[in-house]
Design a protein around this ligand. Structure first.
Ligand SMILES: [Zn+2]
Length: 365
Protein backbone atom coordinates (compact mmCIF):
# COMPACT_ATOMS: atom_id res chain seq x y z
CA UNK A 1 0.00 0.00 0.00
CA UNK A 2 1.48 3.34 -1.04
CA UNK A 3 1.31 6.68 0.71
CA UNK A 4 -1.16 9.39 -0.32
CA UNK A 5 1.13 12.37 -0.83
CA UNK A 6 -1.35 14.65 -2.63
CA UNK A 7 -1.45 17.31 0.10
CA UNK A 8 2.33 17.35 0.26
CA UNK A 9 2.69 17.62 -3.51
CA UNK A 10 0.34 20.63 -3.50
CA UNK A 11 2.95 22.55 -1.47
CA UNK A 12 5.54 22.27 -4.26
CA UNK A 13 5.62 25.67 -5.94
CA UNK A 14 6.72 24.39 -9.35
CA UNK A 15 3.63 22.18 -9.62
CA UNK A 16 0.78 24.47 -10.73
CA UNK A 17 -2.60 24.16 -9.01
CA UNK A 18 -4.25 25.94 -11.96
CA UNK A 19 -3.11 25.85 -15.60
CA UNK A 20 -2.40 29.05 -17.50
CA UNK A 21 -4.12 30.06 -20.76
CA UNK A 22 -6.94 28.05 -22.37
CA UNK A 23 -5.01 26.15 -25.00
CA UNK A 24 -4.68 22.80 -23.22
CA UNK A 25 -6.60 19.54 -23.87
CA UNK A 26 -9.60 18.83 -21.62
CA UNK A 27 -7.95 15.66 -20.37
CA UNK A 28 -4.28 14.81 -20.33
CA UNK A 29 -1.68 13.06 -18.24
CA UNK A 30 1.76 14.47 -17.55
CA UNK A 31 4.62 12.61 -15.90
CA UNK A 32 7.39 14.17 -13.92
CA UNK A 33 9.83 13.73 -11.10
CA UNK A 34 9.92 15.49 -7.75
CA UNK A 35 13.40 16.26 -6.57
CA UNK A 36 15.46 18.19 -4.06
CA UNK A 37 18.08 20.62 -5.42
CA UNK A 38 21.66 20.22 -4.17
CA UNK A 39 21.72 23.47 -2.17
CA UNK A 40 18.51 22.55 -0.31
CA UNK A 41 19.84 19.03 0.30
CA UNK A 42 23.15 20.26 1.69
CA UNK A 43 21.49 22.80 3.97
CA UNK A 44 19.03 20.17 5.23
CA UNK A 45 21.85 17.77 6.09
CA UNK A 46 23.79 20.54 7.87
CA UNK A 47 20.74 21.22 10.03
CA UNK A 48 20.26 17.51 10.71
CA UNK A 49 23.91 17.14 11.66
CA UNK A 50 23.60 20.04 14.12
CA UNK A 51 20.58 18.32 15.70
CA UNK A 52 22.43 14.99 15.68
CA UNK A 53 19.81 13.41 13.44
CA UNK A 54 20.75 10.81 10.82
CA UNK A 55 21.79 12.34 7.49
CA UNK A 56 20.10 11.68 4.16
CA UNK A 57 22.36 9.68 1.86
CA UNK A 58 21.45 11.59 -1.30
CA UNK A 59 18.92 14.10 -2.66
CA UNK A 60 16.68 11.31 -3.94
CA UNK A 61 16.29 9.76 -0.48
CA UNK A 62 15.78 13.21 0.99
CA UNK A 63 13.02 14.01 -1.52
CA UNK A 64 11.14 10.75 -0.98
CA UNK A 65 11.58 11.03 2.80
CA UNK A 66 10.19 14.56 2.65
CA UNK A 67 7.12 13.50 0.66
CA UNK A 68 6.27 10.96 3.37
CA UNK A 69 6.21 13.58 6.15
CA UNK A 70 2.86 13.86 7.92
CA UNK A 71 3.02 17.63 8.12
CA UNK A 72 2.51 19.48 4.82
CA UNK A 73 3.87 22.78 6.13
CA UNK A 74 7.12 20.98 6.99
CA UNK A 75 7.17 19.68 3.42
CA UNK A 76 6.72 23.22 2.07
CA UNK A 77 9.79 24.35 4.03
CA UNK A 78 11.95 21.70 2.35
CA UNK A 79 11.65 23.51 -1.02
CA UNK A 80 11.19 20.51 -3.28
CA UNK A 81 10.88 21.12 -6.99
CA UNK A 82 9.59 19.10 -9.93
CA UNK A 83 10.42 18.61 -13.59
CA UNK A 84 7.89 17.21 -16.05
CA UNK A 85 9.11 15.12 -18.93
CA UNK A 86 6.26 13.34 -20.73
CA UNK A 87 2.82 14.42 -21.91
CA UNK A 88 0.22 11.76 -22.73
CA UNK A 89 -3.39 11.89 -23.90
CA UNK A 90 -5.82 11.57 -26.81
CA UNK A 91 -5.86 15.17 -28.05
CA UNK A 92 -2.31 16.40 -27.67
CA UNK A 93 -1.35 19.68 -29.36
CA UNK A 94 1.46 18.19 -31.51
CA UNK A 95 2.87 14.90 -32.80
CA UNK A 96 6.32 15.74 -31.42
CA UNK A 97 7.20 14.80 -27.84
CA UNK A 98 9.53 17.82 -27.66
CA UNK A 99 6.91 20.21 -29.07
CA UNK A 100 4.30 18.93 -26.60
CA UNK A 101 6.62 19.69 -23.69
CA UNK A 102 7.17 23.21 -25.05
CA UNK A 103 3.37 23.64 -25.09
CA UNK A 104 3.04 22.29 -21.55
CA UNK A 105 5.57 24.91 -20.49
CA UNK A 106 3.15 27.60 -21.70
CA UNK A 107 0.45 26.14 -19.41
CA UNK A 108 2.70 26.81 -16.42
CA UNK A 109 4.19 23.32 -16.14
CA UNK A 110 7.90 23.15 -15.40
CA UNK A 111 9.94 21.24 -17.96
CA UNK A 112 13.71 21.08 -18.31
CA UNK A 113 15.07 23.86 -20.48
CA UNK A 114 18.02 21.58 -21.25
CA UNK A 115 16.01 19.16 -23.40
CA UNK A 116 17.24 19.17 -27.00
CA UNK A 117 15.89 17.81 -30.24
CA UNK A 118 18.74 16.06 -32.07
CA UNK A 119 18.61 15.11 -35.75
CA UNK A 120 21.79 13.05 -36.07
CA UNK A 121 23.78 10.58 -33.97
CA UNK A 122 26.64 13.11 -33.88
CA UNK A 123 24.33 15.67 -32.30
CA UNK A 124 23.38 13.09 -29.67
CA UNK A 125 27.00 12.34 -28.80
CA UNK A 126 27.87 16.04 -28.69
CA UNK A 127 25.03 16.48 -26.21
CA UNK A 128 26.19 13.51 -24.09
CA UNK A 129 29.82 14.65 -24.05
CA UNK A 130 28.88 18.19 -23.13
CA UNK A 131 26.66 17.14 -20.20
CA UNK A 132 29.09 14.52 -18.96
CA UNK A 133 31.21 17.53 -17.92
CA UNK A 134 28.56 20.21 -17.37
CA UNK A 135 26.29 18.07 -15.16
CA UNK A 136 28.57 18.83 -12.20
CA UNK A 137 27.34 22.44 -12.39
CA UNK A 138 23.63 21.55 -12.46
CA UNK A 139 21.54 22.53 -9.41
CA UNK A 140 20.15 18.98 -9.19
CA UNK A 141 21.66 15.49 -9.10
CA UNK A 142 21.66 13.56 -12.36
CA UNK A 143 23.14 10.23 -13.36
CA UNK A 144 22.27 10.12 -17.04
CA UNK A 145 20.32 11.23 -20.10
CA UNK A 146 17.15 9.74 -21.60
CA UNK A 147 17.01 9.49 -25.42
CA UNK A 148 13.52 9.31 -26.96
CA UNK A 149 12.06 9.01 -30.45
CA UNK A 150 10.34 12.37 -30.89
CA UNK A 151 7.31 11.42 -33.00
CA UNK A 152 4.39 10.17 -30.87
CA UNK A 153 3.07 8.31 -33.93
CA UNK A 154 6.39 6.47 -34.29
CA UNK A 155 6.44 5.83 -30.54
CA UNK A 156 3.06 4.09 -30.86
CA UNK A 157 4.29 2.01 -33.80
CA UNK A 158 7.41 0.94 -31.93
CA UNK A 159 5.46 0.01 -28.81
CA UNK A 160 6.79 -1.71 -25.71
CA UNK A 161 8.70 -4.83 -24.80
CA UNK A 162 7.57 -6.68 -21.66
CA UNK A 163 9.72 -4.32 -19.59
CA UNK A 164 10.23 -1.00 -21.33
CA UNK A 165 9.37 1.19 -24.33
CA UNK A 166 11.24 0.52 -27.59
CA UNK A 167 11.35 4.26 -28.32
CA UNK A 168 13.36 5.36 -25.28
CA UNK A 169 16.73 4.43 -23.83
CA UNK A 170 18.76 5.72 -20.90
CA UNK A 171 22.40 6.71 -21.14
CA UNK A 172 24.15 6.47 -17.75
CA UNK A 173 27.20 8.60 -17.02
CA UNK A 174 30.29 6.81 -15.76
CA UNK A 175 30.47 7.33 -11.98
CA UNK A 176 33.33 9.56 -10.88
CA UNK A 177 36.14 7.68 -9.25
CA UNK A 178 39.52 8.41 -7.73
CA UNK A 179 42.62 6.38 -7.00
CA UNK A 180 44.25 6.52 -3.56
CA UNK A 181 46.14 4.48 -0.97
CA UNK A 182 44.53 2.16 1.59
CA UNK A 183 46.25 2.89 4.91
CA UNK A 184 44.29 0.70 7.28
CA UNK A 185 40.91 -0.85 7.94
CA UNK A 186 39.05 -0.13 11.16
CA UNK A 187 35.91 -1.82 12.44
CA UNK A 188 32.92 0.04 13.86
CA UNK A 189 30.27 -1.52 16.07
CA UNK A 190 26.78 -0.09 15.65
CA UNK A 191 23.73 0.05 17.87
CA UNK A 192 22.50 -3.32 16.59
CA UNK A 193 25.91 -4.92 17.14
CA UNK A 194 26.58 -5.05 13.39
CA UNK A 195 30.28 -4.61 12.66
CA UNK A 196 31.14 -2.36 9.70
CA UNK A 197 34.61 -2.33 8.16
CA UNK A 198 35.82 1.16 7.23
CA UNK A 199 38.74 1.84 4.90
CA UNK A 200 41.05 4.67 5.99
CA UNK A 201 42.56 6.31 2.92
CA UNK A 202 45.07 8.92 1.87
CA UNK A 203 42.83 12.01 1.42
CA UNK A 204 41.72 12.33 -2.21
CA UNK A 205 39.48 14.76 -4.11
CA UNK A 206 36.25 13.19 -5.41
CA UNK A 207 33.13 14.94 -6.77
CA UNK A 208 33.98 18.18 -5.02
CA UNK A 209 34.76 16.75 -1.57
CA UNK A 210 37.85 15.33 0.12
CA UNK A 211 37.44 11.62 0.83
CA UNK A 212 39.37 10.03 3.70
CA UNK A 213 37.22 7.04 4.53
CA UNK A 214 35.18 4.55 2.53
CA UNK A 215 32.79 1.79 3.48
CA UNK A 216 33.77 -1.81 2.87
CA UNK A 217 30.31 -3.11 3.88
CA UNK A 218 31.12 -6.68 4.97
CA UNK A 219 33.56 -9.59 4.95
CA UNK A 220 32.44 -10.83 1.52
CA UNK A 221 33.26 -7.47 -0.08
CA UNK A 222 36.73 -7.43 1.53
CA UNK A 223 37.35 -11.01 0.38
CA UNK A 224 36.12 -10.24 -3.14
CA UNK A 225 38.46 -7.26 -3.47
CA UNK A 226 41.45 -9.24 -2.13
CA UNK A 227 42.53 -6.13 -0.24
CA UNK A 228 46.01 -5.59 1.16
CA UNK A 229 47.24 -2.67 3.24
CA UNK A 230 49.07 -0.18 1.02
CA UNK A 231 47.03 -1.10 -2.07
CA UNK A 232 46.06 1.61 -4.55
CA UNK A 233 42.26 1.45 -4.51
CA UNK A 234 39.49 2.96 -6.64
CA UNK A 235 36.94 5.01 -4.70
CA UNK A 236 33.49 5.86 -6.07
CA UNK A 237 30.55 7.87 -4.83
CA UNK A 238 27.48 5.94 -5.88
CA UNK A 239 25.05 8.68 -4.89
CA UNK A 240 25.79 7.93 -1.23
CA UNK A 241 27.49 10.16 1.33
CA UNK A 242 30.02 7.51 2.30
CA UNK A 243 31.96 6.44 -0.79
CA UNK A 244 32.84 2.84 -1.48
CA UNK A 245 35.89 1.00 -2.75
CA UNK A 246 35.17 -0.60 -6.10
CA UNK A 247 38.51 -2.09 -7.06
CA UNK A 248 42.25 -2.44 -6.57
CA UNK A 249 44.91 -1.33 -9.04
CA UNK A 250 46.87 -4.59 -8.82
CA UNK A 251 49.41 -3.34 -11.39
CA UNK A 252 50.45 -0.67 -8.90
CA UNK A 253 51.40 -3.28 -6.27
CA UNK A 254 55.11 -3.08 -5.60
CA UNK A 255 55.27 -5.10 -2.43
CA UNK A 256 52.21 -6.87 -1.13
CA UNK A 257 51.10 -5.46 2.20
CA UNK A 258 49.35 -7.32 4.97
CA UNK A 259 46.14 -8.98 3.78
CA UNK A 260 42.99 -7.36 5.15
CA UNK A 261 41.07 -9.90 7.21
CA UNK A 262 37.75 -9.45 8.93
CA UNK A 263 38.18 -9.42 12.70
CA UNK A 264 37.04 -12.37 14.83
CA UNK A 265 36.52 -10.50 18.10
CA UNK A 266 34.61 -7.31 18.90
CA UNK A 267 37.04 -4.35 18.96
CA UNK A 268 35.03 -2.81 21.82
CA UNK A 269 34.28 -5.69 24.20
CA UNK A 270 36.35 -8.61 22.87
CA UNK A 271 33.33 -10.91 22.45
CA UNK A 272 33.61 -13.44 19.65
CA UNK A 273 31.69 -12.17 16.61
CA UNK A 274 28.87 -14.19 15.09
CA UNK A 275 27.50 -14.36 11.58
CA UNK A 276 23.87 -15.40 11.25
CA UNK A 277 22.70 -17.77 8.53
CA UNK A 278 22.03 -15.85 5.31
CA UNK A 279 23.37 -12.52 6.59
CA UNK A 280 26.36 -10.67 5.18
CA UNK A 281 27.15 -8.78 8.39
CA UNK A 282 29.09 -9.94 11.44
CA UNK A 283 27.57 -9.11 14.82
CA UNK A 284 28.86 -8.67 18.33
CA UNK A 285 26.37 -10.77 20.35
CA UNK A 286 27.12 -8.97 23.63
CA UNK A 287 23.97 -6.83 23.61
CA UNK A 288 23.97 -6.05 27.33
CA UNK A 289 27.59 -5.04 27.91
CA UNK A 290 29.15 -3.89 24.61
CA UNK A 291 29.63 -0.10 25.07
CA UNK A 292 28.73 1.19 21.56
CA UNK A 293 25.64 -1.04 21.49
CA UNK A 294 24.39 0.24 24.83
CA UNK A 295 25.20 3.86 24.03
CA UNK A 296 23.63 3.45 20.59
CA UNK A 297 20.45 2.03 22.10
CA UNK A 298 20.20 4.86 24.63
CA UNK A 299 20.82 7.44 21.89
CA UNK A 300 18.18 5.83 19.71
CA UNK A 301 15.78 5.76 22.66
CA UNK A 302 16.15 9.50 23.32
CA UNK A 303 16.02 10.40 19.61
CA UNK A 304 13.05 11.99 17.90
CA UNK A 305 12.20 8.69 16.27
CA UNK A 306 11.67 6.95 19.59
CA UNK A 307 11.06 8.85 22.83
CA UNK A 308 11.92 12.35 21.62
CA UNK A 309 13.85 13.41 24.73
CA UNK A 310 15.06 16.98 24.27
CA UNK A 311 18.28 18.47 25.62
CA UNK A 312 20.15 15.17 25.67
CA UNK A 313 22.67 14.44 22.91
CA UNK A 314 25.11 11.61 22.16
CA UNK A 315 28.04 13.37 23.89
CA UNK A 316 26.12 13.64 27.14
CA UNK A 317 24.96 10.03 26.86
CA UNK A 318 28.58 9.03 26.32
CA UNK A 319 29.63 10.92 29.47
CA UNK A 320 26.80 9.42 31.56
CA UNK A 321 27.78 5.98 30.34
CA UNK A 322 31.48 6.41 31.08
CA UNK A 323 30.70 7.65 34.59
CA UNK A 324 28.39 4.70 35.19
CA UNK A 325 25.35 6.95 35.69
CA UNK A 326 23.36 5.35 32.87
CA UNK A 327 23.92 1.74 31.87
CA UNK A 328 20.61 1.20 30.05
CA UNK A 329 17.54 3.15 28.98
CA UNK A 330 15.72 2.49 32.28
CA UNK A 331 18.54 4.24 34.19
CA UNK A 332 17.63 7.50 32.40
CA UNK A 333 14.47 7.71 34.49
CA UNK A 334 16.44 7.34 37.74
CA UNK A 335 18.67 10.35 36.97
CA UNK A 336 18.48 13.33 39.31
CA UNK A 337 19.85 16.87 39.11
CA UNK A 338 22.20 15.91 41.97
CA UNK A 339 23.70 13.09 39.88
CA UNK A 340 24.81 15.66 37.33
CA UNK A 341 26.26 18.18 39.81
CA UNK A 342 29.86 19.07 39.02
CA UNK A 343 29.95 17.22 35.72
CA UNK A 344 31.95 18.66 32.86
CA UNK A 345 30.11 21.55 31.11
CA UNK A 346 26.94 20.82 33.09
CA UNK A 347 25.34 23.74 34.89
CA UNK A 348 22.25 23.42 37.08
CA UNK A 349 20.16 24.83 34.24
CA UNK A 350 21.25 22.17 31.70
CA UNK A 351 20.79 19.44 34.29
CA UNK A 352 17.24 20.64 34.94
CA UNK A 353 16.56 20.81 31.21
CA UNK A 354 17.67 17.22 30.78
CA UNK A 355 15.50 16.01 33.65
CA UNK A 356 12.54 17.97 32.26
CA UNK A 357 13.10 16.43 28.83
CA UNK A 358 13.13 12.95 30.34
CA UNK A 359 9.99 13.64 32.38
CA UNK A 360 8.18 15.01 29.32
CA UNK A 361 9.11 11.90 27.32
CA UNK A 362 6.98 9.82 29.73
CA UNK A 363 3.98 11.57 28.21
CA UNK A 364 4.82 10.29 24.73
CA UNK A 365 2.10 7.75 23.96
ZN1 LIG B 1 31.10 -5.91 21.46
Amino acid sequence: KGDDVTDNVKTIRTIPLVLQGDNYPQRFEIRGEILMPWDVFEKLNEEREAREEPLFANPRNAASGTLKLQNSSAVAKRKLTAYFYYLLGENLPCDGHYENLQEAGKWGIKTSELTRKCKTVEEIFDFINRWDVERKNLPVATDGIVLKVNSIRQQKNLGYTAKSPRWAIAYKFQAERALTRLNKVTFQVGRTGAVTPVANLDPVQLSGTVVKRASLHNADIIEGLDLHIGDRVYVEKGGEIIPKITGVDTDARFMLGEKVEFIKYCPECKSELVRYEGEAAHYCPNETACPPQIKGKIEHFISRKAMNIDNLGPETVDMFYRLGLVKNTADLYKLTVDDMKGLDRMGDKSAENIINGIVRSREVP
